[in-house]
Design a protein around this ligand. Structure first.
Ligand code: FAD
Length: 395
């Protein structure tokens, strides 16, 4: 059996569904194939089931890409306001959380239903549980051998996502296809991912699993993120850690300010003056949960003495240990729990205006499969919508 379509999209995730709906709205005949049983699986589990579908403050600076200008065109062609418009047209209620993050009031299912409805309006055919055997170029288009037969398409859009969460159906297929067409790849690694701890830190902090606090964290070459840090039984997680993980290179450390709103050197000097008999642990407990205060003393090997009696070395060590803790993680939790994949198809291979390959007319890459990664906060979906939209306008 041979099927014919104008546009074939591989991957029924965020970017693939957006491309399909957009191309179909232009009157193109569109088919989407996916090996999964369900469309939009990552959308369904995103944002704790409420999908942080975009952000009010989207800027190119919120993205990591080897070419920092690459994201500008697509983000300008399809903005967060365009997606919010679609959400409102479908009657989906949403709310804003910290840092302009927008979430559904009810369920992420509404976002998937909305995309499927948009696809349905354009009579997009979505074929799930479909495996791909091979892709080749033929008759000025593409011939794709699949478990539902051979599909002939004028344009082929690769929307297979990254490597994170293999149990949700993530595969390296998009990268393999890029290589088959001679495209360069940027090395991949897990992003938006918790850190694991070295034994010396694990010993002191693992028993505190569940404690969270506001911290500022910066990797060597990244901005500082002031958000919650959560101590877990495997290491540290929470938004500030996930954000910094995008910028931390393997083997490097991060700088953590455990009390970003307090200049610890000043506060300690003031406390020593006003209440020199107060014990160090009592003073730390005014700023941290008591168990964390105790663990910090044990971890750093400080004496729990009256503040007035602290020796010079301890007095010098405390401010930097709290305001600029140099933590070298053992590593990260990897793709099993990472929200995204850094690296992927080199954007130098693609037109930033259309997502079409410069060297292979008719072949497009959209979403996370390429070397574009957003911060935590709805930026990754906004990239999926924007890149999907521009490809859908051109494929
Ligand atoms: P995906 O959505 O991953 O879609 C890829 C599709 O391709 C899948 O349906 C997959 O089955 C299919 N596929 C893969 N390989 C093959 C193959 N060989 N053959 C056929 N089909 C294949 N981002 C946000 O902005 N906000 C959030 O709230 C948010 N929460 C997240 C929570 C979690 C737990 C995770 C893991 C990610 C979250 N993200 C969030 C990131 C966001 O989900 C991704 O960036 C986004 O889904 C990428 O879209 P995509 O279409 O490129 O890839």
């Amino acid at each position: 059996m041979s099927l014919q379509t104008d546009v074939l999209v591989i991957g029924a995730g965020a970017a693939g569904l957006m491309t399909a709906a957009t191309a179909a709205a232009r009157g193109r005949k569109v088919m989407v194939i996916d090996h999964a049983k369900q469309a939009g699986k990552k959308i369904l589990i995103s944002g704790g089931g409420r999908c942080n579908f975009t952000n009010l403050y989207v800027e190119p600076a919120n993205y990591l890409c080897s070419n920092k200008h690459f994201v500008k065109s697509a983000l300008a062609q399809y903005t967060q306001w365009d997606f919010i418009d679609m959400v409102m047209r479908h009657g989906i209620e949403y709310h804003e959380r910290d840092h302009g993050q927008l979430f559904c009031n009810d369920s992420a299912k509404e976002i998937v239903a909305m995309l499927l409805k948009e696809c349905d309006n354009g009579q997009v055919q979505i074929r799930l549980r479909t495996e791909i055997d091979s892709v080749s170029q033929s008759d000025g288009g593409f011939s794709v051998a699949t478990s539902i037969g051979r599909i002939q398409a004028e344009s082929l859009v690769v929307a297979t996502g990254g490597l994170s969460m293999p149990k949700l159906g993530a595969t390296p297929y998009g990268y393999k296809l890029a290589e088959q067409f001679g495209l360069k790849l940027k090395p991949t690694r897990a992003g938006l991912v918790p850190f694991t701890l070295q034994p010396q830190e694990k010993q002191h902090f693992e028993p505190l699993s569940g404690i969270s606090l506001t911290t500022s964290i910066a990797a060597n070459r990244g901005p500082s993120f002031t958000e919650q840090l959560l101590i877990t039984h495997r290491g540290v997680s929470g938004p500030s850690v996930l954000q910094a993980s995008n910028y931390r290179q393997p083997g490097e450390g991060v700088t953590i300010d455990l009390l970003p709103s307090v200049d610890v050197a000043d506060a300690l000097a003031e406390a020593r003056q006003s209440n020199p008999k107060r014990q160090l642990q009592t003073w730390l407990s005014e700023h941290f949960p008591a168990r964390l205060a105790e663990a910090l003393i044990a971890y750093h090997g400080w004496q729990n003495q009256a503040l007035g009696q602290l020796n010079k070395a301890t007095l010098e060590a405390i401010p930097s240990a709290i305001n600029a803790w140099q933590l070298k993680p053992a590593g990260d939790e990897g793709y099993r729990t990472a929200e995204v994949t850094l690296g992927g198809v080199d954007t130098d291979e693609l037109s930033s205006k259309t997502m079409e390959c410069k060297s292979v007319p008719g072949l497009y890459f959209v979403g996370e499969v390429m070397d574009v990664t957003g911060w935590l906060g709805g930026f990754n979906f906004q990239w999926a919508w924007a890149s999907g939209f521009v490809a859908g306008q051109n494929a």
